[in-house]
Write a protein that binds this ligand. Structure first.
Ligand code: SAH
Length: 211
């Protein structure tokens, strides 16, 4: 598995424009296969998203790396992730930041992810079971926010929980196809950039899709 992971980093990430060395290192370290249900483990290092329980998916490795790179992380940053899923992206992000707060709507996925992250020793990841469209105000503001599910717009509470100089990455668009956006905050101004076309499962909650 280690050999397959190093090959994934080389062929799927470095060759396709992921150049941030810290991101490449994090992706080469986290055992993606251990975050997957047994029946799909053999496919862990392929260039694709894979099914989790509850009809959800773990993102393609390239997309996890692209989002991590676009967040321009520093190891003192505090990060909020919306959509814990398997906990895999949270583990990658935790190697690039000081604390990761990650929020998951499904109780079952949140429990499995927390258990796995604890077992594997990712002690700076904190999993919360709740609607992440409202963010996590108790620990705000965040230097970086990563939204791993597709929204029709940028939920207002997430903008409000972004620190000065904070970055927020979110797929915005329809239920099946979206554009990955990066928002950067400077005091009261928010600058928006379009990064690339993506496909994520819907973000369901009070400030996004209602089912
Ligand atoms: N980052 C994950 C993949 C996320 S898939 C990984 O590495 O495995 C998107 C996740 O967002 C799903 O698990 C889904 O249940 C969750 N989700 C959808 N709407 C949500 C909401 N309002 N709050 C929190 N999580 C949500």
């Amino acid at each position: 598995m280690d050999h397959e992971r190093q090959r994934m980093v080389k062929t799927q990430l470095a060759r396709r424009g992921i150049s941030d060395q810290a991101v490449l290192w994090a992706m080469s370290t986290v055992p993606r296969h251990l975050f997957l249900p047994e029946k799909v483990r053999a496919h862990a290092y392929e260039d694709r998203a894979l099914p989790l329980d509850e009809g959800q998916t773990i993102s393609q490795p390239f997309v996890v790396a692209l989002m991590a790179q676009a967040l321009m992380l520093q190891n003192t940053d505090r990060l909020l992730e919306v959509g814990t899923g398997s906990g895999y992206a949270a583990a990658v992000l935790s190697l690039l930041t000081s604390e990761v707060y990650t929020v998951e709507r499904s109780q079952m996925l949140a429990n499995i992810a927390q258990q796995r992250l604890d077992q594997l020793g990712y002690h700076n990841v904190h999993v919360f079971h709740r609607d992440g469209t409202a963010g996590l105000p108790e620990y705000a503001p965040y230097d970086a926010i990563s939204v791993a599910a597709a929204s029709p717009w940028v939920p207002l509470p997430l903008r409000q929980q972004l620190a000065h100089e904070g970055r927020l990455i979110i797929p915005v668009g329809g239920r099946s196809e979206q554009l990955l956006l990066r928002l950067k905050r400077r005091r009261d101004t928010i600058h928006v950039e379009q990064l690339s076309g993506v496909r994520f499962v819907p973000l369901v909650g009070e400030h996004a899709w209602d089912n």
